[in-house]
Design a protein around this ligand. Structure first.
Ligand SMILES: Nc1ncnc2c1ncn2[C@@H]1O[C@H](COP(=O)(O)OP(=O)(O)OP(=O)(O)O)[C@@H](O)[C@H]1O
Ligand SMILES: [Mg+2]
Length: 370
């Protein structure tokens, strides 16, 4: 049985809520697909709704901007009931990004982005200038402005979708599985771009995904949904991985939550061994270094590509991965410019987790006496 989450960890609300669900229910006929949802979404943070198919994530998201009307209860947006203003006005004041970008096929990229400012009465020229600036904000080349959606890659279209959602100057952005149809490499870029954008613009983002890894990467807070919009747990990704509120959450966050948790532990304290240290020179493996940068491993007269690099400032998970993926077993640490800082050991990462555990629980476990 998973442990009950301690009360202190439920005290997650920081600052003013941007969006509040108060006893919100959505029924189709007699069936409640969202049943008595109570949830506060903090301002200026990314809150992720994660959960299995059909549990009411999209319905909950769309009730915020009234693309779906709730049956009972109340939804406050910036402290005001979302039913206080006309629907179209509410919808234009909240950015919305769909899975399939949802661009208008017969309009150019720049016109797609300028849609909401134009609807709000911004003069055409000004709206286009804004749209061009937003292309850069989302990391796209301005030369794409004149293209049509069909001429874009999936990743580009998704960035245009984000630019369009930002064009209304809203402080709230709703995103429904925006990256799920994108290949993993481009997806990682889009995720990084979104995190950078959020930091810069301080947006309140509500992000829906099926993918627990995406939720943990992006979320300041994660709401784990169970059937009928019941919240199985709300907390920071770290809390959810460390103390799942119940078996449902524990099974949802999966078996390798132990290694995922290492994402939240800084690797600052790890020893970096110079190439000249006796432990390193005693090895049969030699790190090749070209212009101060690691360039693969050599052993028995052969050369082998290196594993993943540990970049300064990374987490224990990055450090462990660097060691485990390295042919020599030594992780390779570099600075932000790729220059070698030293080598690290998987054993030291495990030792660091042990120290963290002893500190957290104040109790030693098996093998902790050493
Ligand atoms: N218009 C509708 N009429 C009746 N039932 C509906 C309607 N729209 C959605 N539902 C039901 O409401 C439930 C919640 O749907 P919702 O789209 O919110 O789920 P979801 O969590 O977003 O799922 P997914 O991860 O598959 O996108 C589902 O069981 C769905 O079948
Ligand atoms: Mg959905």
């Amino acid at each position: 049985m998973a442990q009950e989450i301690p009360a202190a960890e439920r005290a997650y609300m920081v600052g003013t809520p941007a969006i509040e669900f108060i006893s919100v229910t959505k029924k189709y006929g007699n069936t409640a697909v969202v049943d008595n949802l109570n949830l506060s979404i903090p301002q200026g943070k990314i809150t992720v709704f994660v959960g299995p198919s059909g549990c009411g994530k999209t319905t909950s998201l769309r009730m915020i901007n009234r693309m779906i009307e709730h049956t009972s209860g109340q939804i406050l947006v910036n402290g005001q009931p979302n039913t206080d203003q006309p629907e179209h006005q509410l919808r234009r004041s909240i950015g919305y990004v769909l899975q399939q970008a949802g661009l208008m096929p017969h309009q150019t990229v720049v016109d797609n982005i300028a849609t909401v400012p134009r609807l709000k009465g911004t003069p055409a020229r000004q709206a286009r200038e804004k749209a061009l600036a937003l292309l850069e904000t989302v990391g796209l080349d301005p030369s794409l402005a004149k293209k049509y959606p069909a001429q874009l890659s999936g990743g580009q279209a998704q960035r245009v979708g984000v630019a369009r959602a930002l064009a209304g100057n809203s402080s709230i952005l709703l995103m429904d599985e925006p990256f799920s149809a994108i290949d993993p490499v481009v997806r990682a870029e889009l995720q990084e771009n979104l995190l950078a954008l959020q930091k810069e613009l301080n947006l309140t983002i509500v992000f829906v995904t099926h993918d627990i890894d995406e939720a943990i990467l992006l979320g300041d807070y994660v709401a784990v949904f169970a059937q009928s919009g019941h919240i199985a747990q709300f907390g920071t990704p770290e809390e959810i991985l460390r103390v799942p509120a119940n078996d449902y959450v524990a099974s949802f966050v999966g078996r390798d939550r132990g290694t995922r948790r290492l994402t939240f532990a800084q690797a600052d304290g790890l020893t970096l061994y110079p190439l000249t240290s006796p432990e390193v020179t005693a090895e049969s493996w030699k790190l090749r270094v070209t212009d101060g940068k690691p360039d693969g491993w050599e052993a028995a007269g052969k050369c082998f590509p290196g594993g993943s690099l540990f970049i300064q400032g990374g987490s224990l998970r990055d450090a462990l991965d660097s060691a485990l993926s390295s042919p020599s077993g030594w992780g390779v640490a570099v600075d932000q410019t790729g220059h070698l800082l030293g080598l690290l050991k998987a054993e030291d990462v495990l030792h660091a987790t042990r120290q963290e555990r002893i500190q957290r629980y104040g109790i030693k476990g098996e093998g902790d006496s050493a």
